[in-house]
Design a protein around this ligand. Structure first.
Ligand code: PLP
Length: 458
């Protein structure tokens, strides 16, 4: 009998993360003066040990023992052969996924929350602040802080705060304190509410609030944490792809196609970057980040310098951006409602090493339901975007009669997103597709910023 789950023992877990900065050229982040930011300038926001990791170009970075000890609560995560989906689609393709829904908060996010809490604790920090979209990141950081005895404060995007009340309960259970964003607790929040008292909020606004709450703490013992986008976050997530490589080797397979949904880019990067390295070294492999058509950062927005947040507290980052003031329509994959994209993922698009795709909300849910009824796991709304692409690729393999190997990331479960499924069944969900003129209007904000160089690393 062929194995359905391909498992690693705990002692087979990767001991190092893969750092893609060793293998690609990047435009530097820029400060308010238009010059590259120095590590010191970031010191009020992040602990120095994480800043060092953010700018490191070492190819392999050791995972601390204490971090491995906590990751072992749920890692190594299973690699699953999606036999039932293959059968339902009648495809000759072999479909595999990494099941990142098995972590305590239910997504890939604790892969970076745990090391981030660890490095903050090592640096003498007592309290962490952050933003959260759908609540996955806030619950992951609350979980990680509870493991290291740190306090945790979370600004949760209003629309998700109202749609997903149990995420807040989860954060409270792990000792985190969660408020809806925009809030009255910060200047960034008060400004956003003054502009529009009924705003659904955005990740950009929530990030501004969380940064402000960290840098204004008079004790100096609070730092901010970001759940995606930054280089060190992508780094920590590579444990997913490195495990997948070992697991596929056990069954003698190698992917032709690698797929992940992309909000800020971290779960995609986590699975894909180790395979990007293989591609750089000559392997033929297609790699697709998949985003919502309602927030089409990689597929429609230009590669520019823009701020990571609405109040412009962050440095200018070289990335595909819809504009830092962009408030995406309130579709249900809260974790994909971000105006920008990880600079590393953006750079790979510029270099043509990966090819972005966009899918609509209704296609995503249809694929999500097919997967729930075949593979059994109810996917997070974010994950369903990857699934829509997987289904399309599997159908294409059938038309072409090719036994392709497809690998994707099951970034999380949707057990706290069931309201969205109810709405889908009730026919209350619609497709938001961003019009070109809306995109042009949103892009005015970075018109006068410096432009990043279009660089190819080879
Ligand atoms: C947060 C989240 C995402 C999107 O964030 P990335 O940084 O792009 O990975 C995707 N899936 C799930 C389940 C999430 O919680």
């Amino acid at each position: 009998m062929e194995a359905r789950k391909i498992l690693l023992n705990e002692d087979e877990m990767p001991r190092q993360w893969y750092n893609i900065l060793a293998d690609i050229k990047m435009n530097p982040p820029l400060g308010p003066d238009g010059k590259p930011v120095t590590p010191d300038a970031l010191a009020p926001v992040f602990p120095m040990n994480l800043i060092e990791q953010e700018v490191s170009s070492e190819r392999w970075i050791d995972i601390p023992e204490e971090v491995l000890g906590i990751l072992k609560i749920w890692r190594p995560s299973p690699l699953v052969r999606a036999f039932s989906l293959e059968k339902a689609l009648g495809t000759p393709a072999k479909i595999y996924f990494k099941n990142e829904s098995v972590s305590p908060p239910g997504s890939h996010k604790p892969n970076t929350a745990v090391p981030q809490a660890y490095y903050n604790k090592e640096f003498g920090i007592k309290r962490m602040t952050t933003e959260t979209g759908a609540g996955q990141w806030g619950s992951a950081l609350s979980f990680a802080c509870s493991q290291f005895g740190l306090e945790c404060k979370i600004f949760m995007v209003r629309v998700s705060f109202d749609q997903k009340p149990y995420r807040k309960s989860m954060m409270s259970t792990w000792g985190g304190q969660c408020v809806a964003s925009p809030s009255m607790e910060t200047k960034a929040g008060r400004d956003a509410l003054a502009k529009d008292p009924n705003t659904p909020g955005s990740l950009g606004i929530a990030i501004s609030e969380a940064i402000e709450a960290a840098v204004t703490d008079p004790s100096g013992k609070t730092r901010y944490s970001l759940g995606s986008v930054l280089n060190h976050v992508m780094l920590h997530q590579t444990i997913i792809g490195l495990e997948a490589q070992k697991q596929l080797a056990k069954v003698g397979d190698y992917p032709d196609v690698v797929i992940g949904c992309a909000g800020g880019g971290s779960n995609f990067a986590g699975l894909a970057f180790p395979f990007v390295l293989d591609k750089i070294n000559g392997k033929a492999i297609e790699i697709y980040p998949v985003e919502p058509a309602a927030c089409p950062t990689l597929t429609k927005a230009p590669f520019v310098y823009d701020h990571g947040d609405t109040a412009r507290y962050t440095p200018l980052l070289p990335m595909h951006s819809l504009g830092h003031a962009f408030v995406p329509p309130p579709f249900h994959a809260g974790g994909l409602r971000y105006h920008g994209m990880a600079p590393t993922v953006s750079q790979l698009v510029v270099e043509g090493l990966i090819k972005p795709k966009a899918v609509t909300q209704l296609d995503a849910y249809a694929a999500g339901i097919l997967l729930a009824r075949t593979e059994g796991i109810i996917p997070a709304p974010e994950t369903t975007h990857a699934l829509a692409c997987v289904v399309e690729e599997a159908k294409k393999a059938k038309e072409e009669g090719k036994a392709k190997v497809i690998l994707f990331n099951w970034s999380g479960h949707g057990l706290l997103d069931l309201m969205a499924y109810d709405k889908y069944f009730a026919g209350e969900l619609s497709n938001f597709v961003l019009e070109d003129k809306e995109i042009e209007a949103a892009e005015k904000v970075f018109e006068n910023f410096p432009k990043p160089a279009i660089m190819k690393s080879r």
